[in-house]
Design a protein around this ligand. Structure first.
Ligand code: FMN
Length: 302
């Protein structure tokens, strides 16, 4: 399982706790305002998890990211075992990351992007599907994995509404190697989300999610009450006039809270370790269920 990178939410505490729980922790480098801050975070994480620790950084490779070269220099220095690229081609990071033996995973939302990433030589694809929090996909996770598996035998990670161990088992049964899980970690003690955001995640459910492209220009999945509080109405295609989106994307993500369809699995704020334990129990029980159903299914086929 990957604790998926979340803007303004994933920091060193979440990444370190994820790594110590045996999963892959990740954070977007954009969570650091400056390269000096990023240097500090990467140093803190690599010291805490050690040489064998599993952690990842998420780099925005879109040409508008003018910090990419500086961030990449720190990647070369700290050598996170995994680099996840988003919102652009993975090509700019390939040489650096492959140079130190790291793994490159490209975040993709459709087959065209998946094929381009494979052509660029990535080790893995993070197939962001419908139901995902933040910038979301539109494909069914099952269909997406199935289509990708027809031409790619590398690492397949799938995300979108996976928030319990049953869904995790479903993803693996469908052909994925790993699940990309964001929303489930929003209401953890280690997340950087403010307390009222965490509480909303605990209190609300699947019907309270709204996908809108009006906030960032790209379809993203939000907690509807936070959208409404910022002055958005359902069906808006652009920011409302009374909302000052300014040029700073952090302002929007600070005011309006992203989450995916897995909300109903979250009943309380707890630690990353507790989430991983609970999901592991559910995963094992899903496997038992599959095993129990196998003879019946086999008999039915006969
Ligand atoms: C609050 C929030 C912020 C996010 N920020 C980022 C980001 O900065 N970069 C990125 O690649 N994905 C980001 N995502 C998407 C996640 O990495 C991941 O694709 C998604 O959370 C998986 O779906 P789930 O939320 O249903 O588990 C964000 C998701 C959330 C909920």
């Amino acid at each position: 399982m990957v604790a998926a990178p979340m803007f303004l939410v994933s920091g060193p505490d979440l990444v370190i706790a994820a790594s110590r729980s045996g999963i892959l922790g990740a954070f977007p480098t954009t969570n650091c305002r400056t390269t000096a801050d990023l240097d500090g975070w990467m140093g803190q994480i690599s010291d805490a998890v050690g040489a064998e620790g599993r952690w990842a950084v998420n780099l925005i490779t879109h040409r508008t990211n003018n910090r990419l070269a500086d961030d990449l220099a720190l990647v070369a220095e700290y050598q996170p075992p995994v680099v996840i690229t988003a919102l652009g081609s993975p090509r700019p990071v390939m040489e650096t990351v492959k140079g130190y033996g790291g793994i490159v995973i490209a975040d993709v939302i459709d087959l065209a992007l998946a094929r381009k990433a494979v052509a660029a030589g990535v080790d893995g694809l993070a197939c962001v599907s419908t139901g995902a929090g933040g910038h979301t996909g539109h494909l069914s996770p099952f269909s997406f994995v199935s289509s990708v598996r027809r031409f790619f035998d590398g690492l397949v990670v799938v995300g979108g509404g996976i928030a319990d161990g049953y869904a995790l088992a479903g993803a693996v049964a469908a052909g994925a190697d790993l699940a990309y899980v964001g929303t489930r970690f929003l209401a953890t003690r280690e997340s950087l989300a403010v307390p009222s955001y965490k509480q909303m995640v605990v209190d609300l459910g699947i019907d309270d999610i709204q996908v809108s492209a009006a906030v960032t220009g790209t379809p993203a999945s939000w907690l509807a009450p936070s959208l409404h509080a910022a002055g958005y109405s359902d069906g808006d295609t652009a920011p409302p006039r009374n909302y000052d989106a300014s040029d700073d994307p952090a302002k929007r993500w600070k005011d309006i809270w992203a989450a995916g369809q897995g909300l109903d699995s979250i009943d309380a704020v707890c630690s990353v370790d507790e989430v991983v334990d609970q999901m592991q129990m559910q995963y094992l029980s899903a496997i038992e269920r599959l095993q129990r159903s196998t003879p019946t299914a086999a008999a039915a086929v006969r």
